[in-house]
Each structure stands twice: as structure tokens, then as C-alpha cells.
Design a protein around this ligand. Structure first.
Ligand code: ADP
Length: 300
């Protein structure tokens, strides 16, 4: 069995994995190479370290007891059925839950070893360093250029034609918009708007980009363009993506965290982390039967 290095999966091997998802039962697939398993132990730099994290709304836990670490310059996918707390967990990585009334985060969320929720941490700075892209493209009702200029200004950078071009190139949008920078952002297609939002996030020069179902409002071709972009961006940024699309998780991510809904005898229901490992392992040889049921489509 040849060794599969993490980087090797960025190409054809990962596409083959994505194509196989939910078509072949995990046990019938080949075993995961040893290198993939060792990588799961975490020989990469840790950006986030979550320890026993519980997020509640109005005293009711939405996701409970999560422990996981997120590696630098990798794409980490969060998957699981609707309502298992994927978005809730994502939002606690840049303190977006602070904006939700009644939301409470317990446990520890460490960012480069520092408590992200310490009283002296500046929330605005946190959201500058840890950017977010949402499900529905949300450009400002301004020109394409002004959307990027906004990001540059947040980062106190000079707005020059060169910087605008550089950012739009990095978001793989330049060729499509270079002759219409003054046009309204809403004149773009949905996929282009989403890449513009990614460009605006990049202009702020974050270290991490959180993406909450960024392709769910897009057609398959626009989705592939965003996925290609994500793979390119992972060279420079740490990306955490929530997706309900398992093929997408298999295609683009290095690590996958599978959540499901658990409950108490009293009828309380909340999300729990079931399995977190190299993506290839989660999809080809999951350790937990609940993961296996989900990735093979036996879960409603
Ligand atoms: P997912 O992203 O996996 O679909 P969510 O994180 O959106 O799950 O939701 C997890 C649980 O938290 C659900 O029961 C949902 O109703 C609840 N929830 C999410 N956002 C809020 C909110 N702003 N206020 C109250 N409850 C919320």
C-alpha cells in the first residue's frame, strides 16, 4: 500500500474519493494508508484548540462538549445533519455568537494558544483576523471596486488600483470583472458575488476564513469555481467550512468533523462531535457506525 501524503490528496486522489462517497460502502473500499492516519494525530501547527466547548441559546445547549483542534493552512470541513450545531460551532470560532442574544459559550476556545474569549480580547480584531463568508452572497450595494476598497480600508491599507487588482486576482475574479469595476456588485452572478465576498474577506488579510455553506445558493459550475478557489486559498489561509454536501467535503477538505444530534432521556437534544479525522479516513474507514451511516447515505 503506497503512502498517501496529505498534500497528495489535493489532486486526483481526492476527486476520486469525492466520486466514491455514498456509492461504495466503506468496508468495501480500500484501507486508508498509514500516513493518513498518522496525520490525524496532528503534526501540523494548531490554530484553534477547542476544549469541552458547549454553546447554548437561552440556557439550552445547541452543541455540547466539543473537543477538536484545527490545523493551519488546511481545509477543515464540518458536516452533519441539519440542526446538529455546525453553524453554531463555526460562529464561536470568531465570536460571532456574541452578536446573538442569549448565546453562551462555555469551555475553552484557544486561538494560537490564547483564550479567544478572554475579557481583554478585542472582538473587532478577532473578526478581522478570522473572517467569515456566509451562505448567501452578501456584497454591499455598492460597486465591485468599493466592495474591495471596504476590505482594504478595514485593514487600514491604501486603496490603489494595484491592490484592488491583486485582491480580485487572488479571488479568481479579476478576468471577469476588470472591465466593470464601477458596476453595482449586484450586477454579478450569484457565484461571482460569492467570490466578491471572498475577495472582500481576503482584502482584510485575515489568517482564517470561516465559510458557512458558501455554495448552497450556487449552481454546480459556480460551486466548482468556489471549490477551486478554496483549494488555492488554503495555501495561504486556514479554512473551516460548514457544508451539508458530503461530496464537497470529500473533494476539498483535509480533515472532516462529523457531528450528529444526540439527546438526554429528558428529551433535550443537542449536537455532539462524533468523529474527527483525516477526510479520507472519515469517508473510507470511519471509526464510528454513526459516521458510517451518514457518509453512506443511510441517515435521513
Ligand atoms: P446546523 O448548522 O447544523 O444546521 P445550527 O447551528 O444552525 O445547526 O443550530 C443548532 C441548534 O441551535 C438548532 O436547534 C437551532 O434551532 C438552534 N439555534 C441556532 N441559532 C439559534 C439562535 N440564534 N437562537 C436560538 N437557537 C438557535
Amino acid at each position: 500500500m503506497p503512502e498517501i501524503k496529505l498534500r497528495a490528496r489535493r489532486g486526483a486522489a481526492r476527486d476520486a474519493l469525492a466520486a466514491n462517497v455514498s456509492e461504495v460502502a466503506p468496508m468495501e473500499r480500500t484501507m486508508v494508508a498509514p500516513a493518513a492516519r498518522e496525520g490525524a494525530a496532528g503534526d501540523l501547527e494548531t490554530v484553534f484548540d477547542l476544549r469541552d466547548v458547549t454553546v447554548s441559546y437561552g440556557g439550552r445547549p445547541a452543541v455540547k462538549g466539543v473537543g477538536m483542534s484545527i490545523a493551519r493552512n488546511r481545509i477543515t470541513a464540518i458536516i452533519g445533519p441539519s440542526g446538529c450545531g455546525k453553524s453554531t460551532l463555526l460562529r464561536c470560532l470568531n465570536r460571532m455568537n456574541d452578536l446573538v442574544p442569549d448565546a453562551r459559550v462555555e469551555g475553552e476556545v484557544l486561538f494560537h494558544g490564547e483564550d479567544l474569549y478572554a475579557p481583554d480580547v478585542d472582538q473587532v480584531d478577532v473578526r478581522r483576523r478570522i473572517g467569515m463568508v456566509f451562505q448567501k452572497p452578501n456584497p454591499f450595494p455598492k460597486s465591485i471596486r468599493e466592495n474591495i476598497a471596504f476590505g482594504l480600508k478595514v485593514n487600514r491599507q491604501k486603496v490603489t488600483d494595484e491592490r484592488i487588482e491583486q485582491v480580485l486576482r487572488r479571488a479568481a475574479l479579476w478576468d471577469e470583472v476588470k472591465d466593470r469595476l464601477g458596476q453595482d456588485a449586484f450586477s454579478l452572478s450569484g457565484g461571482q458575488q460569492q467570490r466578491l465576498c471572498i475577495a472582500r474577506a481576503i482584502a482584510i488579510e485575515p489568517e482564517v476564513i470561516l465559510m458557512d455553506e458558501p455554495c448552497s445558493a450556487l449552481d454546480p459550475i459556480a460551486t466548482l469555481a468556489i471549490e477551486d478557489l478554496m483549494r488555492e486559498l488554503a495555501e495561504q489561509y486556514t479554512i473551516v467550512i460548514v457544508t451539508h454536501n458530503m461530496q464537497q467535503a470529500a473533494r476539498i477538505s483535509d480533515r472532516t468533523a462529523f457531528f450528529t444530534v444526540a439527546g438526554t432521556e429528558e428529551g433535550q437534544r443537542f449536537g455532539v462531535l462524533v468523529e474527527y479525522d483525516e477526510t479520507i479516513k472519515v469517508f473510507q474507514a470511519p471509526a464510528d457506525p454513526r459516521t458510517q451511516d451518514y457518509v453512506t447515505g443511510r441517515f435521513g
